[in-house]
Write a protein that binds this ligand. Sequence first.
Ligand SMILES: Cc1cc2nc3c(=O)[nH]c(=O)nc-3n(C[C@H](O)[C@H](O)[C@H](O)COP(=O)(O)OP(=O)(O)OC[C@H]3O[C@@H](n4cnc5c(N)ncnc54)[C@H](O)[C@@H]3O)c2cc1C
Length: 432
Amino acid sequence: MLAAGRAAESGAAVLLLEKTEQPGKKLLITGGRRCNLTNDRPLEEFIAMFGNNGRFLYGPFKVFFREELKALLGRYGLQTSIEPDGRVFPASMLSRDVVLVFNRYMNDHGVKTQFGARVEGIDVDHGWVVGVRLANRTIPTRAVVMATGGASFPGTGSSGDGYRIAERLGHTIERLRPALVPLVVNEMDCAKNMQGVSLYNVRLTSYACKAEDIDPSLTPPPADCGRGIAGRRPRRPIIESRTGNVVITHFGISGPAVLLMSLAVVDATEQGPVSVAIDLKPDISEQELDQQIRGELSYHGQRSYQNVLRTLVPPRMASALANLTGVPPDRPGHQVTAEERKLLTRCLKSFRFNIQGPLSMAAAMVTAGGVALDEINPQTMESRLVRGLYFCGEVIDLDADTGGYNLQAAFSTGYVAGERAASGIPHTQDSP
Ligand SMILES: Cc1cc2nc3c(=O)[nH]c(=O)nc-3n(C[C@H](O)[C@H](O)[C@H](O)COP(=O)(O)OP(=O)(O)OC[C@H]3O[C@@H](n4cnc5c(N)ncnc54)[C@H](O)[C@@H]3O)c2cc1C
């Protein structure tokens, strides 16, 4: 929508082809329908959120970054507000207001639209784009911006068509993987018993080994180590470690900390077994926790073990913990042995799951991989293989953590692609 609007604003006659009944369906559901548009982080940190591929974005960001985005939204009366953590939202906190602005931007500049129009291919002649193919006709054109999105949340229209079309034109598609995705565990019965448990501010660490092989002497680094900080890394004993919220689901684990860690885990599962450990009491040491538990067990000596556990963890987790430690849930607290207490302490400091893999591509918030960056000119977003073909958004091999980075990348690359597609339409003497 931004690419179409900018191309029309730059003087081109533009037709937006959208396969669903309306554009911006995914935009509508972003940020819990509040649309986390962008982020206020310094540029270098912003770029680092995309891992090593982030450097590609210096070009598009130079032309259209968050200030330009805010100015465009402001032109249509939509102000933005910044959360204390740097995330930027429309001040109205309504994603539909962003979609409305983009629709008005397109209308103002005369973009024509056709809905229910699924593009099946792009015709190329002597290295130049010459047409766009729909099921029943071909539309002649000299420039196309491919803004088909990724392969996740296909109900919004993005089902991976762009990758197939680009590949047929000779483009390399870097391996597609689900990112920002819930994880399925092997211990599904255990997860099912704890379904719905929310764990706040726990420490989640992923390991490149089976759960039973986690080396207890490996200490997660004190600060979060995500790819935003460290970049994509080779397989090593600790894959990533983050403090945040985790939700136990009927199939495994989800929640912000899990989603942020998921791509590194998905990549690591392709090379061998992967497990995660949740430190449910990250603010205290194992010894301190052991003392606290000893106090609870003797203070509530007549209460059942399971009831004492409920003072330490959410109720639905208590029976799972009783199972894990092998202590009968109805045993009075004062009869729990020192050894059983130690085992409980270890479980609370390292509650482990073996990871089976990601939930599915459809459930991922973002698709990692896509059209190879070295085949796109970052100054223009034009394909280096096919003249007149431009790429923007998630179809490109760019993805970042949650926080507004993915949308800003889509907006920036879209704006540049639209502008350059309009100006790059070959003059008669250049064309084949
Ligand atoms: C639940 C959810 C929440 C998210 N929240 C945020 C957030 O708050 N902040 C953030 O930065 N990112 C968020 N993201 C990620 C972000 O939405 C995407 O990265 C972004 O929408 C990508 O934009 P895009 O224009 O490349 O693709 P899309 O927004 O997916 O748009 C692609 C469009 O192309 C159309 N299309 C596809 N194939 C064809 C075809 N063959 N012919 C015609 N039309 C076609 C589709 O129907 C669709 O309308 C979220 C993602 C999800 C799933």
